[in-house]
Design a protein around this ligand. Sequence first.
Ligand code: IMP
Length: 194
Amino acid sequence: MKILAATNNAHKLEELKTILRPHGVEVISAKEAGGVPEVVEDRDTFEGNAVKKALETAKAKNMIVFSDDSGLSVDALDGRPGVYSARYAGENATDTDRMNKLLGELKGKTSRKAKFVCVIALASPDGLIGTATGECHGSIGFEAKGNQGFGYDPLFIPDGYKETFAELGEDIKNSMSHRGNALKKALADGHFKF
Ligand code: IMP
C-alpha cells in the first residue's frame, strides 16, 4: 500500500519510511508526489496541525495522506517550545541555534525533564481516518552530543539511557521514539488498513 506523507522534513520522512516498511506500507514523499501544496501550520496543538495538514493535502492530491506534527515539551519551560519547536529561535534559525536557545533558557533551572510528542493524522479525500499520539520521556543534557538523527536529538536523553538520541542512533531511537510510538498506535488501531 502506498500513502503520501505530508512532510518536507527529510529526516522525519526517513524515520517514517523505516518504521512503516516492515508493515507493508510504502511511504511516498511530498517531493516524489509533486504538486503538494504548502499547508500553514497555524493551529496551537500538535493534533490541530497534523489534522489540518493531512486533510488539506488529501483533498489537494486526491490520495490517502498521513502527516506528522511533533515537537519537544520541556517541563521547566511550561511545555515550550512545544508546537513552536521548529520556529523556536526564529524562521531562518538552524538546529544549533535552537539547541543553544534551549540550553540558555534552562540555565539555573532545577528540572531538565522533557518529552517529545508526535501526533500522526491519516486522511482520505473524503475526510479524516484517524489520529494517534506518541510520547517519549527523557531529559535535556547540558551540551549537544552525537551526530545522528536531527533537530533536538543531540540534547535529548531518553529515560533509561545516559546517551542522547543522536548518540544512540536510528534503531534504538525508532524503537522508543514519540514518532515510533505514534505509528505503533496508528497501526494497532487499524488506521493503516484501507
Ligand atoms: P514540525 O512537526 O515540522 O512542525 O516540526 C517539529 C520540530 O520539532 C522539528 O523541526 C524539530 O525541531 C523538532 N522535532 C520533532 N521530532 C523530533 C525528533 O524526533 N528529534 C529531534 N527533534 C524533533
